[in-house]
Design a protein around this ligand. Structure first.
Ligand SMILES: Nc1nc2c(ncn2[C@@H]2O[C@H](COP(=O)(O)OP(=O)(O)OP(=O)(O)O)[C@@H](O)[C@H]2O)c(=O)[nH]1
Ligand SMILES: [Mg+2]
Length: 329
């Protein structure tokens, strides 16, 4: 089974430059031909490319060392050696690359197709042709290729979505994702059904599209490591709005809202104060009085009541998502 991986350390190496060579023309009837040693080819680069078909860093974890090819040495007749092939590493959009040693941010690949050359290959060395002078017409020197470079880098995936679904386990996050988008996440009547994030695309009016992220549920004490912890919140860090899902069919719905906000705050104050929609879920399971109580208990929040089972409130929710995203552009 492919496992979702959102952090991995790998070693990358660019190719060494090929050596320049010492060579002399050999032609019939020309006893002392001039120098004709070609240059070495450049070593290959290490290049990262964001590709939206790649969903996780899992494949990189299996290999760990990624090397570009060395340049080939020059040849006689002034032929330059072949350039080493680049090492192309495909990563999901949202991948951040840091230097392992210094912790410095090196690259942030946000857009599909974005390319970054992380390590240049060594340059090929010059062949002896370059060293001929009027006093030394037959130079016996050529330069070796430059060495390649090597580095350990830490890759971290932080998904990029417009809106993030947050809530306790079983709140109905994945079900809502499956209703808002064509995504088919795993849904279960037990907590912690979702173990890794899911993305879905909401097709709104006039061809407008919004990406929505569903993450594992968080519970009270998640910031102290309870449940699956809060590390998955990094996947909603790069969203513009949050949907806080509260299951109306359980008694503690108001307290549960506070719990979710507390855990968000423990992760990041900014995330806890990000623009949001409070979504009361599973409306089909409760009486209208509870719905009224819930709605009236929030003063300064946008509250939407939905049922993923009947479709109640879903269109209104889509409109609210679109409006909020426009406000937060
Ligand atoms: N009746 C009813 N049941 C719902 C509704 N939405 C979700 N459920 C049920 O609630 C349970 C939990 O749904 P999920 O979507 O898996 O919940 P989740 O928030 O993704 O849960 P985790 O992944 O564990 O965090 C499932 O049994 C769903 O069928 C709804 O609108 N009405
Ligand atoms: Mg889920």
């Amino acid at each position: 089974m492919k496992t979702f991986t959102d952090e991995v350390t790998i070693r990358i190496k660019s190719g060494r430059g090929g050596d320049g060579v010492v060579s002399f023309r050999r032609e019939k009837y020309v006893p002392k031909g001039g120098p004709d040693g070609g240059d070495g080819g450049d070593g290959g680069d290490v290049v990262f490319v964001a590709d939206r078909k790649i969903k996780s860093l899992y494949n990189l974890k299996l290999k760990r060392t990624f090397a570009a090819e060395n340049g080939k040495p020059g040849q006689n007749k002034n032929k330059t050696g072949a350039r080493g092939s680049d090492c192309i590493i495909k990563v999901p959009p949202g991948t951040i690359i840091r230097d392992k040693e210094t912790g410095d941010l090196i690259a942030d690949l946000t857009e599909d197709g974005q390319r970054v050359v992380l390590l240049k290959g060594g340059r090929g060395g010059l062949g002896n042709t370059h060293f001929a002078t009027p006093v030394n017409r037959a130079p016996r020197i050529a330069k070796p290729g430059e060495p390649g470079k090597e580095k350990e880098v830490v890759l971290q995936l932080k998904l990029i979505a417009d809106a993030g679904l947050v809530g306790l386990p079983n709140a109905g996050k994945s079900t809502l994702l499956s209703v808002l988008t064509k995504a088919k996440p795993k849904i279960g009547s037990y907590p912690f059904t979702t173990l890794s994030p899911n993305l879905g695309v909401l097709d709104y009016k006039d061809g407008e599209q919004f990406v929505i992220a569903d993450i594992p549920g968080i519970i009270e004490g998640a910031h102290r490591g309870h449940g699956l912890g809060i590390k998955f919140l990094k996947h909603i860090e790069r969203t513009r709005i949050l949907l806080i899902l509260i299951d109306l069919s359980v008694e503690d719905y108001i307290k549960n809202f506070d719990t979710v906000i507390e855990e968000l705050r423990a992760y990041s104050h900014e995330l806890a104060s990000r623009d949001r929609i409070v979504v009361g879920t599973k409306a089909d399971l409760v009486e209208s009085k509870r719905i009224d109580d819930f709605s009236s208990s929030f003063k300064d929040e946008d509250v939407i009541i939905v049922s993923s089972a009947t479709g109640f409130g879903i269109e209104k929710l889509k409109d609210t998502i679109a409006r909020k995203l426009t406000e937060n552009r």
